[in-house]
Design a protein around this ligand. Structure first.
Ligand SMILES: NC(=O)c1ccc[n+]([C@@H]2O[C@H](COP(=O)([O-])OP(=O)(O)OC[C@H]3O[C@@H](n4cnc5c(N)ncnc54)[C@H](OP(=O)(O)O)[C@@H]3O)[C@@H](O)[C@H]2O)c1
Length: 163
């Protein structure tokens, strides 16, 4: 099973024009801390948007249908089944780090979601499903409320409750 990690606005927006919605250094630190030493899976568009690629100190897997895509330090999966074959025996936690397409495709293989919930509504063109509206998913924990330059946010962890 994999873990989703994402930062969302009040409407579960995650991106606009190929970029993130927020620049919150503490959230970046949180992301780094959670995923350090682990495996990260991302769509090709999200990979293209990274300022540093591949993400250092992590096993990077990029999903793309493009057979000629290659990048030093990156493993490539051309389909979900190729991805599952690559991560099948992975003992480290596998994080799905976006974007919108990849969150949607991989949701059914995930049982945990670590969501940075920013209490603001901004312009977005990419979304992740609202975990509050998925009957099988429950809130496991909610962090305290943090603030960065007038933006309030918390870290909410959801788990898939199969019972
Ligand atoms: N807020 C957050 O936490 C967060 C995190 C990550 C990203 N984002 C944002 O999300 C947006 C990007 O999301 P997106 O949906 O446009 O793109 P994406 O999910 O990052 O990448 C989509 C690409 O992944 C590949 N892909 C998807 N499904 C595949 C499959 N089944 N098999 C093989 N390849 C597959 C395709 O690549 P090819 O076209 O190369 O075939 C597709 O074009 C950006 O705005 C980004 O900043 C936000």
């Amino acid at each position: 099973m994999m873990t989703i990690i994402a930062c969302v606005d009040r409407n579960w927006g995650i991106g606009c024009n190929g970029d993130l919605l927020f620049d919150i250094p503490q959230d970046m630190e949180h992301f780094k801390k959670q995923t350090a030493g682990k495996t990260v899976v991302m769509g090709r568009r999200t990979f293209d948007s990274l300022r540093v690629r591949p993400l250092p100190n992590r096993r990077n897997i990029v999903l793309t249908k493009n057979r000629s895509f290659e990048y030093n330090g990156v493993e490539v999966a051309h389909s979900i089944s190729e991805l599952l074959a690559l991560t099948n025996n992975e003992e480290r936690e596998v994080f799905v780090i976006g974007g919108s397409q990849v969150y949607a495709r991989l949701l059914k293989y995930c049982d945990k979601a670590i969501i940075t919930r920013v209490d603001a509504a901004v312009n977005a063109d990419s979304y992740i499903t609202s975990f509050d509206d998925l009957p099988e998913w429950k809130v496991l924990s909610v962090s305290e409320r943090f603030e960065h330059k007038g933006l309030f946010y918390n870290f909410t962890t959801y788990i898939k409750d199969v019972h």
